[in-house]
Design a protein around this ligand. Structure first.
Ligand SMILES: [Zn+2]
Length: 68
């Protein structure tokens, strides 16, 4: 994971910590709708396929290292 220096204030997606100007941060793409997928059911014999939409989120150095 490559860390970048932010030129503006960001918020860590994971721990909601503020990433200050000049601090290192990284980006990770997360899947939207993961929770929905976890609750997916078989309705009337048909398996419902949930399509993920992936979006990039900002994360602090700590969270990136934790999630390696
Ligand atoms: Zn964090």
């Amino acid at each position: 994971m490559k860390l970048k220096k932010t030129r503006k204030e960001r918020k860590c997606y994971e721990c909601k910590t503020l990433i200050n100007k000049g601090d290192l941060y990284g980006q990770r793409s997360i899947a939207l709708g993961e929770k929905v997928n976890g609750e997916s059911q078989t309705i009337e014999g048909m398996y419902t396929v949930v399509h993920y939409m992936r979006i990039p989120v900002d994360m602090c150095k700590c969270c990136l290292e934790k999630n390696k």
